[in-house]
Ligand binder design. Structure first.
Ligand code: KMH
Ligand code: ZN
Length: 271
């Protein structure tokens, strides 16, 4: 069975002060994604930053970043509609109008560290419907058990097409903790044909990524999820994290999916 590797090079939280190799500007993100693609990633999960490196949903920055990536490699672009805690939902949801191949859909509001991640029910329903209309495949980011139920309700209301694609996000302060128990509980409750990966934030990133692969999930790697290769050792860019995840998959006898294989494996709507 092939594994889809997603690179998440930037995220909404970290800054260059935390790790100077974090790519934040469009050309830096495009270069990081090109390298990750060369190493085996077939999906790029993209957060945008403005000139001051603040999270933004500016459609011009999004377009420029998407174009720069597309000039460099054929990777599938997944825009984050999570964007960043400071950006209003109504700006975030407009990013899907750029018709990326995929985009995230966060089903519930929640505490998020010391902040608040606002995903109001009517907005989530509107965004789910619009993504389906535009042929943008949603990646459902679930941070706790109830978030899975919220996604299943959207499916039952006809707002999401199967197979559903999940990211099980563990380790956010405000969501479920990054433990093997929590991963198993959520995996066991997914619909049978669901596609999924684990996103383990911080210290548990390596162990839970390995566990997710061993359980048959896909994998995500990058500086959005951890700035460290191991305790006390910061990563120098995204390459070492992506390369290690590819090695993990291959050690488990999972071949790494090409961009073309990924299109079929994820059931991406035709373009
Ligand atoms: N960094 C994640 C935990 C999204 O991209 O849609 C939250 C997030 C959501 O970034
Ligand atoms: Zn993200």
């Amino acid at each position: 069975m092939s594994t889809v590797i997603t690179v998440a090079p930037t995220g909404p939280i970290a800054s260059k002060a935390d790790n100077p190799t974090l790519p934040t500007q469009p050309h830096e993100i495009a270069a990081a994604v090109e390298n990750a693609h060369r190493l085996g990633a077939s999906v790029a999960h993209i957060h945008l930053r403005d000139e001051q490196d603040r999270p933004t949903a500016d459609p011009d920055i999004a377009r420029r970043t998407m174009d720069l990536i597309a000039e460099r490699c054929p990777i599938h672009i997944q825009l984050s509609t999570g964007v960043g805690l400071s950006v209003p939902f109504e700006e975030r949801e407009k990013l899907v109008e750029l018709r990326p191949r995929m985009a995230t859909l966060n089903p519930c509001s929640m505490s998020f560290g010391s902040g608040e991640f606002r995903n109001p029910p009517d907005g989530v329903r509107r965004l789910a419907a619009r993504m389906t209309e535009l042929g943008v495949k949603p990646e459902l980011e679930i941070y706790d058990t109830g978030h899975l139920d919220a996604c299943l309700r959207l499916r039952d209301a006809g707002l999401l097409a199967e197979p559903l694609q999940f990211s099980i996000v563990l380790g956010v302060v405000g969501g479920a903790a990054a433990t093997a128990d929590n991963l198993l509980t959520l995996v066991q409750r997914l619909p049978e044909d669901a596609i999924w990966q684990i996103i383990a934030i911080g210290r548990a990133n390596l162990d839970l990524t390995a566990m997710g692969l061993a359980l048959g999930g896909n994998a995500r790697a990058g500086m959005e999820d951890t700035l460290y290769l191991r305790k006390g050792e910061q990563t120098r860019g995204n390459d070492p994290l992506v390369a290690r995840t590819v090695r993990l998959a291959e050690a488990l006898d999972r071949s790494v999916a090409t961009v073309a294989e990924t299109e079929a494996l994820l059931g991406l709507p035709p373009r």
